[in-house]
Write a protein that binds this ligand. Structure first.
Ligand code: ATP
Ligand code: MG
Length: 428
């Protein structure tokens, strides 16, 4: 026997049955996708799908060369002379498409996407090399009202999934480019005074991404980080006003938040509002959703200046949380398990199953012609509510036998044409 080939580390299969190390099965995932599509429809966001591979330049220009994502996490390869990358996130691709197809020509756009993203990270619980995000982008909206609605949308989804109590909203304002530059100069000067105590990451980021130094988890650096110059103190009138308006709206909507002046996010394109939804129930990988404004990004990608805001959630992390603490109705089990006895009954069985499906019943046929007792065991194991049985005598008489596998209605043999009606009555 040849050796088995295994999946790439950090890239997971989604299977019909839950596994010891991965409690999410495909029915649960699909139930989420359905719930998410309903939720997006309620807010009139429209779906967009872009390729999983883009020119590397797109991510370098939008996410930023010095970020961890572009600097060390991207899957980049040479495609006959052109550098391409597997997308590490969705916003850059979405905006590339919007600019390329001139979607903002005469109206703002509210868009959403869902799909696989790729980052070469160290795989661990909640951190994978292929993971999935659902994201939204509100393009062409400058006001704090859109920021508030975007955040309220998340809260609504958490509510629908039964995890609102498990998450916390962190909020910050990053100001505009000039405000950040003034703060950055002050921050670099401050960090240089403390260079001796910085760890390796800190020293590397001091000049490339000093805000990220403050994001350190290193306990020895917390005092230094806490006393660093705060971006909030460098904000001008407009930024402060936008931030205050957002906080007022969130208060009016009853959405609790914690201000975190050190929240910076890992991608370079953010300005003004940034936020993260975190939980303490998933261990170290506690951020389930992050977002913010990127007012300059569309222009950066060759479009007209278009103030915009969006977020992305990590579906794996979210579903781990929902699985343990929330609620999500799945409909994994077929309603009807169809079995037959004798080759002469096969056609009648298949026909009966088809007419039940046409009436909206999900029917699982078991192809093999096994002993009825064995088939009933399988019917029970798969969770079906009803059994449909066709033996040779029933086939000859154009009849079928229906059995309520939970016992409530017993078992009857009826003309095949009445099977739908009978099951509808039992189900009601
Ligand atoms: P983290 O700080 O956990 O690395 P991030 O800031 O890199 O997250 P974003 O780029 O903002 O993450 O992506 C949005 C969301 O996507 C995250 O909040 C998280 O839920 C999810 N996510 C990001 N990277 C991964 C990954 N490698 N595996 C699983 N989910 C991820
Ligand atoms: Mg990351």
């Amino acid at each position: 026997m040849s050796s088995k080939i295994q999946a790439v580390k950090g890239m997971n299969d989604l299977l019909p049955t839950a596994q010891k190390d991965w409690p999410i099965d495909s029915a649960f995932w699909q139930a989420f996708e359905r719930e998410a599509a309903r939720w997006m429809k309620d807010y009139a966001y429209r779906f967009i799908r872009t390729p999983m591979i883009e020119p590397t330049a797109l991510f370098v220009r939008s996410i930023g060369e010095e970020t961890d994502v572009v600097g060390k996490e991207m899957y980049t390869f040479d495609d006959y002379g052109e550098s391409l990358s597997l997308r590490p996130e969705g916003t850059a691709s979405c905006l590339r498409a919007v600019v390329e197809h001139n979607l903002l020509y005469n109206a703002p756009q509210k868009l959403w996407y869902m799909g696989a993203m790729f980052r070469h990270e160290k795989p661990q619980k909640g951190r994978y090399r292929q993971f999935h995000q659902l994201g939204v982008e509100a393009l062409g909206f400058a006001g704090a009202d859109t920021d508030a609605e975007i955040i309220a949308m998340c809260a609504d989804l958490w509510q629908r999934l039964g995890i609102l109590d498990c998450v916390q909203l962190e909020l910050n304002c990053l100001g505009n480019r000039d405000e950040r530059a003034a703060h950055r100069a002050a921050l670099v000067a401050y960090l240089q005074q403390h260079e001796a105590i910085l760890d390796e990451d800190g020293k590397r980021r001091l000049h490339t991404n000093p805000l990220r130094v403050l994001d350190t988890k290193n306990p020895a650096l917390q005092d230094m980080a806490n006393n660093a110059p705060r971006l909030l103190d460098f904000l001008g009138e407009d930024s402060r006003h936008h931030y205050a308006a957002l906080k007022n709206l969130l208060n009016a909507l009853g959405i609790a938040f914690v201000e975190n002046p050190r929240l910076v996010r890992g991608l370079d394109y953010y300005n003004a509002t940034v936020f993260e939804w975190t939980t303490d129930k998933l261990g170290a990988q506690g951020t389930i959703c992050g977002g913010g404004r990127y007012d300059g990004l569309i222009e950066e990608l060759g479009g007209k200046p278009t103030p915009s805001i969006g977020f992305a959630m990590g579906i794996e992390r979210l579903l781990l949380l929902v699985h343990e603490h929330g609620c999500l109705q799945t409909d994994a089990a077929p309603e009807v398990y169809a079995m037959y006895q004798g080759d002469a009954a096969a056609a009648a069985l298949l026909q009966a199953a088809q007419s039940l499906r046409a009436a909206g019943f999900a029917v699982l046929t078991h192809g093999s012609n096994q002993k009825l007792a064995t088939q009933f065991k399988k019917a029970d194991a798969c969770g079906a509510r009803f059994g449909l049985i066709v033996g040779e005598s029933e086939a000859a008489a154009d009849e079928v036998t229906l059995k309520d596998l939970r016992g409530e209605h017993g078992q009857v043999t009826v003309p095949a044409a009445q099977a739908v009606l009978q099951l509808q009555q039992w189900k009601a």
